[in-house]
Design a protein around this ligand. Structure first.
Ligand SMILES: NC(=O)c1ccc[n+]([C@@H]2O[C@H](COP(=O)([O-])OP(=O)(O)OC[C@H]3O[C@@H](n4cnc5c(N)ncnc54)[C@H](OP(=O)(O)O)[C@@H]3O)[C@@H](O)[C@H]2O)c1
Length: 279
């Protein structure tokens, strides 16, 4: 198993798929670093995990992954404490049914779901490279199929804002980022892949910018969604498998073909350049 005995960072580890994944990793990981935006929720997650797996070191670091300042501080703390990281799971995300902005003026879904993944992975590349053979796992969604990226309105500030489309585009960005990252990294040192975890019972529509659509979405997810344990198995598949496709998109634990928009190499490169400028 690739990730046995390894140092693993997982974002959004306080609930849902992230917590279930951390709980699973704790069975065999060398060390777990849970990233939570809320210290108390992170500590609660840590205590539950350590009750079951007292011998696995589990640390909690807090960060608001929609904030470049907070990510910078997080990376500083990680760099101070560790010299290498074997697996990074970018999982923290949400769907927002009203438009609002992150502290650096980006549309919030784009900022959290895409720039959060991008910033953290890019800033942690030296530590991942130091591991010798590392993995970056980006939790995307089948909803990436909803629409292409609109480079003339990446921040959804011109066209009327629609939460599902903003979300779908951010999850498309996760796949484009993963594919472009794969082109720019040596697979002997870093392997990156993205995945759809399934339709999972979740809190991710229950944010302060909630709306009727958010409540309906959450009820549907509670009634029809699978347990977060199912989503965690999909994430863990990419951490545990001895071989994964560098840049691949996975669904149902197998390599899958993402939408044609996700296979657009020019879009991947353009998104990379814009993200790098923003970062
Ligand atoms: N659920 C599904 O059906 C589904 C399907 C496809 C893809 N996904 C993807 O799966 C991932 C996890 O979603 P989930 O369903 O497990 O939802 P969830 O239960 O709401 O978990 C989301 C996690 O992200 C954290 N988070 C939210 N905003 C943050 C911020 N600004 N800074 C740092 N952390 C933040 C949350 O922290 P708090 O505990 O503080 O809220 C929580 O731990 C997301 O990327 C989502 O797009 C989910």
């Amino acid at each position: 198993m690739f990730s046995a005995g390894k140092r693993i960072i997982i974002t959004g580890a306080s609930s849902g798929i992230g917590f279930a994944t951390a709980f699973r990793f704790a069975q065999y990981a060398g060390e777990l670093i849970l990233i939570s935006r809320n210290q108390d929720r992170g500590e609660t997650a840590r205590k539950i995990i350590q009750t079951q797996y007292p011998n696995t070191p589990v640390h909690v670091l807090t960060a608001d992954l929609s904030s470049p300042v907070s990510i910078k501080e997080l990376v500083k703390q990680i760099n101070t404490r560790w010299h290498s990281v074997d697996v990074l799971v970018n999982n923290a995300g949400g769907i927002f049914f009203q438009r609002f902005e992150s502290i650096d003026g980006l549309e919030y879904t784009f900022s959290l779901n895409h720039m959060g993944y991008f910033r953290l992975a890019i800033k942690l590349l030296p530590l991942l490279e130091a591991a010798g053979a590392a993995r970056i796992i980006n939790v995307s969604s089948v909803l990436h199929r909803l629409a292409p990226l609109d480079f003339s309105d990446l921040q959804h500030s011109v066209q009327p804002y629609r939460g599902f489309f903003a979300y779908g585009r951010s999850k498309l960005a996760n796949i484009l980022f993963t594919r472009e990252l794969a082109k720019r990294t040596d697979p002997r040192i870093i392997q990156a892949a993205s995945l759809h975890p399934g339709f999972i019972q979740s809190n991710f529509a229950s944010n302060p910018a909630g709306s009727l659509s958010g409540h309906i979405f959450q009820i549907l997810s509670l009634v029809f969604g699978s347990s977060p344990v199912v989503g965690s198995a999909a994430v863990a598949f990419l951490a545990e498998s001895p071989h994964i496709e560098h840049g691949g998109y996975y669904s149902n634990n197998s390599l899958s073909i993402p939408s044609k928009y996700a296979r657009d190499e020019a879009a991947a490169q353009r998104l990379w350049d814009i993200s790098m400028e923003l970062a």
